[in-house]
Design a protein around this ligand. Structure first.
Ligand code: BES
Ligand code: MN
Ligand code: ZN
Length: 496
């Protein structure tokens, strides 16, 4: 989608008019340059109350001299960035060819942030994954063109907000592309290959791949254990943005299980295909670095993607195996389906090499998190209240909710209770499964300082099992991978 911003001048294509519930009149300046017959129709339908302004209502008008779409926004007092973003997204979702491909959108009394949010919703929703569909020869991909018209005094600021939103959305769409890609084509080394290709022409990005053989040499027993049952071997992919910038900086770690069969502790068949999304943590972090690069972020940021395919095989790890992770801690693998925490254990420990100011990991880690929060929020655990609050706030602003969850000492104790190893990868019972998983991860967060000053680095864990796909209530996504938290983390990182 191509978006431009201008002051109210002539109308190009279809005129889009968001109205409030109960509006009886459209201000004259919003109808400037509108051809007479269309203008009369608009005035009539609004003054008669046929266009109610009810949230979600879209009325299309077709006059001899032009077209219009009147969008109901609900009560004016209830308008905020979220309702505007969702309205923009829904409009694009409902758009049909008959509406044309060029829109002129005129707002009235909206803040710059609200207008930008409407545009952002349009951009985010303007996405499809049709790479694998055969196309008719005469079928042309239409590219939408939107012209936002506002008061002269807002043109510049709105233009800036919209171009940032569009740049960040390239990261969201990249994350969705990776998430939606079928698992026969997106396997660990394919992700690594994509990363190398992506970084090729970018001067301030370095990509480093830790191969299966190197991971074995380095003693990354978590990554190796999970990935060794697949013909398509595991790897760790590390992206560094602006590596020459001095001082501590964020490190973001993603779970990248390109397919999770459960391994020898095999999963039941229903919906197993959805386990192609089990790499969405790694999709998000890839999308994040694209978003940061596209917005010309000057700070240093490191991304670590822990890539493996969890398969049952003669060479696969068994329930009962004891592995030694990169940290040196041993883990009794009681269930090979609790694999995400094993690859992340090594990724979190590796983060220490990059002088982290804080570490955040993202993972489709537990079904239990979906039981707790549904598809409405990601679970959020942290050893640091400031970090937790900053992530929560950033999520609220962009409408990607991250909800605080507890790290009680009892959960850590439960995970340390192996008879033969330092840790077990499975809780003692099935209750609180997303909390015990988070408590397990905490054991692998590196510390800073020596002796009395030794302290764990601020760390947060985001369980995106419920938000990476499947939310019917998400107006900005039609179906499939959501690209969740690219925008949250972009905001978190660029705001400070
Ligand atoms: N990738 C799954 C978690 C998952 C399940 C995400 C459903 C989204 C939807 C993870 O690897 C897993 O299998 N977790 C197990 C953990 C259990 C064995 C302790 C789970 O949630 O059942
Ligand atoms: Mn699993
Ligand atoms: Zn998994």
């Amino acid at each position: 989608m191509e978006i431009t911003v201008s002051n109210i001048e002539h109308v190009n294509g279809t005129l889009v008019l968001p109205i409030n519930k109960g509006d009886e009149h459209i201000a004259d300046d919003r109808l400037g340059g509108v051809a007479r017959s269309l203008r009369n129709q608009i005035e009539l339908i609004v003054s008669s109350g046929d266009a109610t302004g009810k949230k979600g209502e879209v009325i299309t008008l077709h006059a001899a001299d032009g077209k219009a779409a009147i969008i109901g926004m609900g009560k004016e007092s209830e308008r905020n960035e979220k309702t505007c973003r969702d309205a923009g997204a829904k409009f694009v979702g409902q758009y049909k060819k008959r509406h044309g491909v060029v829109f002129t959108i005129r707002f009235c009394g909206w803040s710059e942030a609200e207008m930008a949010a409407f545009a952002e919703g349009m951009i985010l929703r303007d996405y499809k994954y049709d790479k694998y569909k055969s196309k008719d020869e005469d079928e042309e991909d239409v590219s939408l063109k939107a012209i936002l018209q506002c008061e002269e005094s807002s043109v510049k600021a709105l233009g800036k907000l919209v171009s940032t939103a569009a740049a960040v959305a390239t990261g969201v769409h990249l994350a969705r592309d990776l998430g939606n890609c079928p698992p026969n084509d997106l396997f660990p080394m394919a992700y690594a290959h994509n990363a190398v290709e992506w970084a090729k022409d970018k001067e301030n990005v370095q990509v480093n791949i830790i191969s299966f053989d190197e991971a074995k040499e380095l003693g990354m027993g978590g990554l190796v254990g999970v990935g060794m049952g697949s013909d398509r071997k595991p790897c760790m992919v590390i992206f560094e943005l602006n590596r020459t910038v001095a001082g501590p900086a964020p490190v973001i770690v993603g779970k990248g299980i390109t397919f999770d069969t459960g391994g020898i502790s095999i999963k039941p068949s229903p919906s197993m295909d959805e386990m192609k999304y089990d790499m969405h943590g790694s999709a998000t972090v890839f999308g994040l670095i694209q978003a940061l690069h596209a917005t010309n972020h000057q700070g240093r940021v490191t991304i670590i993607a822990c890539m493996a395919e969890n398969m049952p095989d003669a060479g696969a790890q068994r329930p009962g195996d004891v592995i030694t992770t990169y940290s040196g801690k041993t883990v009794e693998v009681l269930n090979t389906d609790a694999e995400g925490r094993l690859v992340l254990a090594d990724g979190l420990w590796k983060a220490a090499d990059y002088d982290p100011s804080y570490i955040i990991d993202l993972a489709t880690l537990t079904g239990a998190c979906v039981v707790a929060l549904g598809h409405e929020a990601s679970g959020l655990w942290s050893n640091n209240d400031d970090l937790l609050n900053n992530i929560k706030e950033a999520g609220e602003v962009v409408d990607e909710i991250a909800w605080p969850m507890p790290l009680f000492p009892a959960f850590e104790k439960e995970m340390k209770d192996s008879k033969i190893a330092d840790l077990r990868n499975l809780g003692a019972g099935r209750w609180g499964g997303s909390n015990t998983a988070a408590a397990f991860l905490k054991q692998f967060v590196p510390s800073k300082g020596e002796g009395e000053d030794k302290e764990q680095i601020p760390w947060a864990h985001m369980d995106i099992a419920g938000t990476a796909w499947g939310a019917k209530s998400n107006a900005c996504v039609a179906h499939g991978a959501t690209g969740i938290h690219v925008r949250t983390l972009h905001r978190l990182i660029t705001k400070q």
